[in-house]
Design a protein around this ligand. Structure first.
Ligand code: NAP
Length: 287
């Protein structure tokens, strides 16, 4: 059994991006520029935004976080996004989710220019993903595939099972696994006999948000297990995944840990998306 270190891979990707950014900055006269918008002061969101800013600093991406009060109206937020859309010095716009009640998330996401949508959540990027056209890929699914590729894990012809069908993880990772020629089954809260389906998986991707849901008896001997969940263990209060790591590690050939697995790769892929959006922006400006 081998633990896939998302932390190490993320560090390597950020290092590579940092070197690339030095060269790009010389060529284009400025660094990539990411603007993060945080509405309210939900502690989870504050911590995510802080982590993204730290990663951007490491890569040499100019970044700023615009903090708005919980009382911000939808129209005020949309006006800010529209202003950033037309600001040619801004390459990436990230609105931290979830947004306070009263602000329509879908409306906000579809207002972000799709070329600056570093999260890959804009409906045009989603549609392009499903039609295999150029697009900004959502960071977590992109990171999951990258983790497996970096480990040399063959996906073609393999039976993959994804647990979860959300727009940000379950659905896009399903599509990316199909693009790698895996045969994919998607499970959700209404799936019957989930343990049996999971136990047939060569590649298991739990993304349901239930602490330690996946036990050894649900896992095939030698399976690759990529744990997306980020939960609080109800017993210890510590962070844990959707996989009971100690139990499942006895069966898996490769497994990720929480924390230190998919999470860091998600952030590194966000940095990569920002650099890609910047390069697109430079090209659009004829540079
Ligand atoms: P979500 O929107 O709540 O979706 C959860 C999905 O899991 C839904 O499709 C739901 O089914 C399914 N599900 C829930 N309980 C289930 C059960 N008992 N059996 C089978 N399926 C079940 O969550 P999400 O945003 O996709 O996030 C999933 C997890 O990944 C969370 O723990 C989140 O914190 C984590 N996450 C981590 C990262 C990272 O960077 N590491 C990024 C994003 C999310 P229905 O569709 O039937 O409701």
């Amino acid at each position: 059994m081998e633990v896939i270190s998302g932390k190490e891979m993320a560090a390597a990707l950020k290092q590579q991006l940092a070197a690339d950014v030095v060269g790009y900055a010389e060529k284009y006269g400025r660094k990539p520029n990411l603007v993060v918008i945080l509405v309210g002061d939900d502690p989870g969101s504050v911590s995510y935004v802080t982590g993204k800013a730290k990663a951007a600093d490491e890569v040499g991406i100019d970044n700023s976080t615009i903090r708005l009060s919980e009382q911000t109206t939808e129209e005020e937020l949309l006006d800010l996004v529209r202003a950033l859309n037309v600001d040619t010095s801004v390459d990436g716009i990230l609105v931290q989710l979830p947004l306070p009640n009263g602000i329509n998330e879908e409306k906000v996401i579809e207002t972000i220019a799709k070329e600056k949508d570093v999260d890959g959540f804009h409906p045009m990027n989603v549609a392009a993903l499903w039609q295999k056209r150029p697009c900004v890929l959502p960071c977590t699914p992109k990171g999951i595939i990258r983790l497996m590729k970096n480990m040399g894990i063959e996906m073609a012809g393999k039976r993959a099972v994804v647990i979860g069908r959300s727009n940000i993880v379950g659905l896009p990772v399903t599509k990316l696994l199909m693009d790698e020629n895996a045969t994919v089954t998607v499970c959700h809260s209404r799936t019957k006999d989930i343990a049996k389906i999971c136990s047939e998986a060569d590649i298991l991707v739990p993304a349901l948000g239930r602490p330690k849901f996946v036990k050894a008896e649900m896992v095939k001997e030698g399976a690759v297990v990529i744990d997306v969940g980020v939960n609080r263990d109800p017993e210890t209060g510590k962070l844990c995944g959707d996989v009971d790591f100690d139990d499942v590690a006895t069966k898996a050939s490769y497994i990720t840990k929480v924390p230190g697995g998919v999470g860091p790769m998600t952030i590194a892929c966000l940095m990569e998306n920002t650099v890609e959006c910047y390069l697109h922006n430079m090209k659009a400006q004829g540079k």
